[in-house]
Design a protein around this ligand. Structure first.
Ligand code: ADP
Length: 259
């Protein structure tokens, strides 16, 4: 694949396969995500969505296929064409381009909201404290929490914690944001505030891959939806065509259960 042109997808996944103890979880996934696109991964539990997201971020190694992010191959190929894991240091360098938000907020419990956001820029990028703090405050404002810089995670609601987690991921200026069911651990009344931040992020042009069961969000915000089942992409396309007019029985059954 070529690099450097605007038409190059930011994420290019080719025939990705992955098994755990002989259980094939991903069976040849292809996906292109272009800059500024929001792609939602839909599908029943156990269909491989999280594993695929984790492969993009090298939290899992691939058994087959290749993933490029911004033209960089995730992993390295030996002369025989076999893919290997990179060193931890090289993986960390590639991951700087990628922000990830998990189902559970994973904030550092002993740090305040602003400290959570400042941590990576200071530790990883060597940014000075004043600059990191200033930027963290801007990010808190962006997620609607400018009044909570000194709150500890235990003093924040789940929705507020997740918004801090989003701000923390943004602090490294990622090119790509991965969201793994970011609202599924939240009480229903807190889901909206997190989705609102994600909507704004999408409007601002962030490239996002979102594993979600929030069909209204997928329908309104995604540029492209991918329906996975049993480790394969069953169908994909424009959200209105896939969600409102699915072509495959498996998609229909799944969507029927979601209503
Ligand atoms: P989804 O996100 O669609 O719910 P997952 O990617 O979490 O699906 O899981 C797909 C399958 O892979 C499931 O059967 C799950 O149990 C299995 N799996 C995921 N991670 C591991 C692991 N670390 N070890 C063994 N099996 C795993």
């Amino acid at each position: 694949m070529t690099t450097g042109t605007t038409s190059t997808p930011l994420v290019h996944a080719l025939n990705v396969s992955k098994a755990f103890h002989g259980n094939e979880v991903l069976k040849g996934i292809d996906l292109d995500v272009h800059r500024g696109q929001v792609v939602c991964l839909l599908g029943p539990s156990g269909s491989g969505k999280t594993t695929f997201l984790r492969c993009i971020n090298q939290l899992e190694s691939l058994d087959g296929g290749r993933i490029w992010v911004d033209g960089d191959l995730m992993g390295y190929e030996d002369r025989g064409g076999t893919l290997h894991d990179l060193t931890d240091r090289a993986i960390a360098a590639q991951r700087r381009n990628i922000g990830m938000v998990f189902q559970r907020f994973n904030l550092f419990p002993h740090m305040t909201a602003v400290q959570n956001i400042m941590e990576a820029p200071i530790q990883v990028k060597g940014e000075n404290k004043a600059k990191a703090r200033e930027r963290a405050m801007t990010l808190l404002e962006r997620v609607g929490l400018s009044d909570k810089p000194d709150a500890y995670p235990s003093q924040l609601s789940g929705g507020q914690q997740q918004r801090v987690a989003i701000a923390r991921a943004l602090a490294m200026n990622p090119k790509l944001m991965l969201f793994d069911e970011p609202t599924s651990a939240l009480d229903p009344e807190l889901v909206g505030e997190v989705l609102a931040v994600m909507r704004q992020l999408a409007r601002d042009g962030m490239t996002m891959i979102v594993v979600t069961h929030e069909m209204v969000f997928a329908r309104e915000v995604a540029d492209h939806v991918v329906f996975m089942d049993g480790g394969v992409v069953v169908e994909q396309g424009d959200p209105r065509s896939v969600i409102d007019n699915p072509q495959h029985n498996r998609t229909r059954t799944f969507l029927g259960r979601m209503q």
